[in-house]
Design a protein. Structure first.
Length: 561
């Protein structure tokens, strides 16, 4: 099914999104354009942070690693600035019944090491990603293919401290619904018809991998070899905690041809120095601004800034293994926390109007969005109700306030200011201690979440890979989903998602997905906070730049002076 663009982007497909780092700031005017000519050989320097994991597409589901992987690799499809799918390595993708698919792979394609890319390359890569013993974060995104359940099987058990422990237990090595019938043909049988399944094929989990990646993933991830518009400058181009240097791939012939000579991602743990570097032209572009630049960046970077509403949101997640938030008392406390947050004031004062208070678990730019779902009233600020609910909870189970309620977050993205504001709301409206649990790197927060070691709450967020209600639900809250770090589970929620995926129309699918959101509002495993307009600023070394529909900078489209 083709996906069009209206005042709201369309799409109903299940695809993973990268875990979103928090960004401070940005007002902005209009979106920049990169049509202007410039120096095609000049290397651009860009803001980033140390990736969480070795750079394998199947294992990268956070934004800092993702921005590198997206440039080093290319899959069967890609997405343009509006989120519209464009064939890349696919000649054609066809199905007569939305369950059995035939994909024709372009011939003559190679990785930068000269290894040929064939239909078998994709089949082997997908089976590797889906197999639970390979521990790939993005394995969940092959869930629709017949045989996935056997390949991805795990044993789960609850530990004495209420956490969930899983161990790989695959009963098959390959997915039964996936085959390469010749060098150019992939056949895929899904477990059920899904009319829009092909749209997800541009996501990085579906990228092809050379044989070296399958043989030794960890070593490969340090010096990845891909087939995208860029390649590593040299062996060891990833200097940990400092930078990653990419150069143009001269052999690339796909739809994302680079307009510059390369991109060097410089790692910062604080957006303040990066902003200063931009002002002195020692850095070329950033999408993360310090909070003190909220009201000044348009003046500081006249004609060198852009912003637009994008498909990203922020949440405050509550681990189910925290004893203060379990049972009936825990449910009341989760509601109380939500009512105690003045989203409107924080969006205005801290974010200078570049955030809008959340009305759902999905941002409003997504087609099918509804801002009046049952249970969504919990997103409104009501100090009196928050206090009453908290007192009701204490009658059932006294709250342990011996230590401050900590909110885990990376501090590199301008997060401290809004977390301080949220913590003050908890103190003033609930009478409890609360504070930020700061980390210099986003990867450190993700690792803490993944190991279920959070002492309190955690900042979280989502950046879409293409417009879809499911995109903000399944990968984040589905049972055993790759980014469901807090291990939330609800069979009714999973059932509604599955029914939505099997729907034959966008309207029917969105109805199911919105019903699933109502389950989330009943359980409140996380508290929706706000949706974003993403600002970017660039140096005098850049002619123009732009972001895509989900807020990602289109690095390949940047033109340099």
């Amino acid at each position: 099914m083709r996906f069009t663009r209206t005042s709201k982007a369309l799409g109903i497909v299940a695809i993973a999104a990268l875990a979103l780092t928090g960004c401070g700031a940005g007002g902005g005017t209009t979106e920049g354009s990169s049509d202007a000519t410039g120096d095609p050989n000049k290397v651009i320097t860009a803001y980033s942070n140390e990736p969480q994991n070795p750079l394998l597409p199947a294992n990268t589901n956070e934004v800092y690693g993702g921005r590198v992987v997206e440039l080093l690799f290319e899959g069967l499809r890609t997405y343009d600035a509006d989120g519209k799918p464009v064939n890349a390595l696919a000649e054609s993708i066809d199905s007569s019944d939305a369950q059995n698919w035939t994909i024709k792979v372009k011939q003559g394609q190679k990785f930068t090491n000269g290894e040929a890319i064939t239909a078998k390359t994709f089949v082997d890569s997908w089976n590797f990603a889906a197999n639970s013993k390979n521990l790939q974060n993005n394995g969940f995104f092959f869930e629709s293919i017949a045989g996935y359940e056997e390949v991805s099987a795990v044993n789960s058990e609850k530990t004495a401290d209420g956490k969930t422990k899983t161990t790989p237990a695959p009963t098959a090595e390959t997915m039964s619904g996936l085959a390469a019938t010749d060098d150019s043909t992939i056949t895929v049988k899904l477990a059920q018809p899904e009319a829009d399944w092909s749209l997800r094929l541009g996501y990085s989990a579906f990228f092809p991998l050379p044989s070296a990646a399958l043989a030794d993933p960890k070593t490969f991830g340090e010096n990845p070899v891909g087939n995208g518009p860029y390649k590593l400058e040299k062996e060891g181009a990833w200097v940990h905690d400092q930078s990653i240097s990419l150069v143009k791939n001269a052999d690339y012939s796909g739809p994302r041809e680079s307009k510059n000579g390369g991109v060097t991602f410089k790692f910062y743990t604080d957006p303040g120095p990066a902003y200063t570097d931009l002002q002195s032209d020692n850095l070329d572009i950033t999408d993360v601004l310090p909070s003190n630049a909220l009201k000044t960046y348009e003046t500081d970077f006249q004609d060198r800034n852009a912003t637009k509403a994008v498909a990203t949101n922020s949440t405050l997640n509550i681990p189910p293994y925290n004893p203060n938030f379990q049972g009936e008392a825990g449910k009341l406390r989760r509601e109380a926390l939500s009512y105690a947050i003045n989203r409107e004031e924080i969006a205005k004062v801290v974010f200078n109007g570049t955030r809008t208070p959340a009305k759902a678990f999905v941002p409003p730019v997504i087609d099918g969005f509804k801002g009046d779902l049952k249970g969504s009233e919990v997103l409104k600020f009501d100090a009196a109700k928050a206090k009453d609910l908290w007192e009701q909870a204490n009658k059932i189970q006294p709250y342990d306030d011996s230590k401050p309620l900590q909110i885990a977050s990376n501090t590199d993205g301008g997060n401290k200011e809004w977390i301080d504001a949220v913590a003050n709301g908890f103190k003033n409206n609930l009478g409890i201690q609360a504070e930020i649990q700061p980390f210099a790197k986003f990867a450190e927060v993700l690792n803490l979440r993944k190991s279920q070691q959070l002492p309190g709450l955690t900042r979280a967020g989502w950046q879409g890979d293409y417009p879809s209600l499911y995109n903000f639900l399944g990968p984040v809250w589905g049972t055993n989903a790759s980014s469901n770090y807090e291990k939330y589970t609800n069979p009714e929620f999973d059932k509604l998602l599955k029914e939505g995926l099997a729907a034959t129309s966008t309207e029917d699918a969105n109805a199911k997905f919105n019903q699933a959101q109502e389950v989330l509002f009943e359980d409140l495993p996380g508290l929706p906070l706000w949706d974003q307009a993403r600002p970017i600023v660039w140096s005098n070394n850049v002619v123009k730049a732009e972001t895509g529909w989900n807020g990602s900078i289109l690095y390949y489209n940047i033109t340099a002076k």
